[in-house]
Design a protein around this ligand. Structure first.
Ligand code: CO8
Length: 258
C-alpha cells in the first residue's frame, strides 16, 4: 500500500481502491485530499489494468463532510477564488465505475461525494445526511440536485432542511444506496462486488455508466437514442463476440476490454 499523505491507494485484481486517511477528523475533505483523490482517480481511469474503482473511508467514517476548520473564517470571495469545485468536476468526469464503500458517517460533502459514485455499498452502521443547515450553510457540492433525484423531493427537503441523518436501512429504502452489508464485512463485501464487476468488459462497463448518467441530463427520447447508439457501438468490440459466444458455448466469458 502506498501513501500519498491524505489518501491510501492500492490495487487488487482489476480494482483500484482509494481510502481517505484523515481519521482524526473523520476524513473531513479538504482541498489537498480532494486534489489527491482526483489525481488518483484520473490515473486509474487511464490505466487499462484497472476496471473498477472503490472509494472508501474507515469503519467510523466514509467522510464527515468538507473540512469545516478549513472553511470557517473564509470570505465569500476567498471561497470563490479558490474554486475548489474543479476537483469535484474532475471526479464527475471519471468514466470507470466508482463504487463507494460507506461505513459510519457520510455527511455533507461526504454524502455528496458518495452520490457521485455509481454503486453505493453501505454498512449497517452508516449514517448519511446533509447537515450543512446546522452550521449555517447548505449543500454546495451537488447535494441539492443529486439528493432529490435519488430520493425524491420530500425526503431531500426533509434531510437538507432538518439536517437529520438516515440509517443505512432508511437509505436503502429511499434508493440512496445500492446494498447494505454487515458492518464487520463492509469493505470485504464491497471488494467482492467490485472484483466481480471488474471481470466484465471494460468498454461495456464504461458505456453503460455513461448511458445511465445520461438519464439525469436528457429527456427520455434523447436518452433512449443515446443508449441505442452505445448499444450498437458495443457490437464493434471483441468482448461482445466473446460474451455472446461464451453464453452459447455454456462457458464463462473472458473479456479483454476491447
Ligand atoms: N470538518 C472538520 N473536522 C471535523 C468534521 C468536519 N466536517 N467532522 C468531524 N470533525 C472532527 C471534529 O471536530 C473532531 O475533532 P477534535 O477531536 O479535534 O475535536 C473529530 O472530527 C471527531 O468528531 P466529533 O468529536 O464531533 O465526533 P462525534 O462522534 O461526537 O460526532 C459527527 C460525529 C456527528 C459526524 C460530528 O463530528 C459532526 O457533526 N461533524 C460535522 C458534520 C458536518 O456538518 N458536515 C458538513 C460539513 S460542510 C460540507 O460538507 C459542505 C460541502 C460542500 C462544499 C465542498 C467543497 C468546498
Amino acid at each position: 500500500m502506498t501513501s500519498t499523505s491524505l489518501i491510501l491507494a492500492d490495487t487488487d485484481d482489476g480494482v483500484g481502491v482509494v481510502r481517505f486517511n484523515r481519521p482524526k477528523v473523520l476524513n473531513a475533505l479538504n482541498p489537498q485530499l480532494m486534489e489527491e483523490l482526483a489525481d488518483q482517480l484520473e490515473t486509474w481511469d487511464a490505466d487499462p489494468a484497472i476496471n473498477v474503482i472503490v472509494i472508501a473511508g474507515n469503519e467510523r467514517a466514509f467522510a464527515a463532510g468538507a473540512d469545516i476548520g478549513d472553511m470557517a473564517e473564509r470570505s465569500s470571495v476567498e471561497m470563490y477564488e479558490r474554486d475548489q469545485f474543479t476537483t469535484w468536476d474532475r471526479i464527475q468526469r471519471i468514466r470507470k465505475p466508482l463504487v463507494a464503500a460507506v461505513s459510519g458517517f457520510a455527511l455533507g460533502g461526504g454524502c455528496e461525494l458518495m452520490m457521485m459514485c455509481d454503486v453505493i455499498v453501505a454498512a449497517e452502521n452508516a449514517q448519511i445526511g446533509q447537515p450543512e443547515i446546522n452550521i449555517g450553510v447548505m449543500p454546495g457540492a451537488g447535494g441539492t440536485q443529486r439528493l432529490p433525484r435519488a430520493v425524491g423531493k420530500a425526503r431531500a427537503m426533509d434531510l437538507i432542511l432538518t439536517g437529520r441523518f438516515l440509517t443505512a436501512a432508511e437509505a436503502l429504502d429511499a434508493g440512496l444506496v445500492s446494498r447494505v452489508v454487515p458492518p464487520e464485512h463492509w469493505l470485504d463485501e464491497t471488494m467482492t462486488i467490485a472484483r466481480d464487476m471488474a471481470k466484465k468488459g471494460s468498454v461495456a462497463l464504461r458505456l453503460a455508466k455513461e448511458a445511465v448518467l445520461k438519464a439525469y441530463e436528457a429527456p427520455l427520447s434523447e436518452g433512449i437514442a443515446f443508449e441505442r447508439k452505445l448499444f450498437y457501438m458495443l457490437f464493434a468490440t471483441e468482448d461482445q463476440k466473446e460474451g455472446m459466444r461464451a453464453f452459447a458455448e455454456k462457458r464463462r466469458a473472458t473479456f479483454k476490454g476491447h
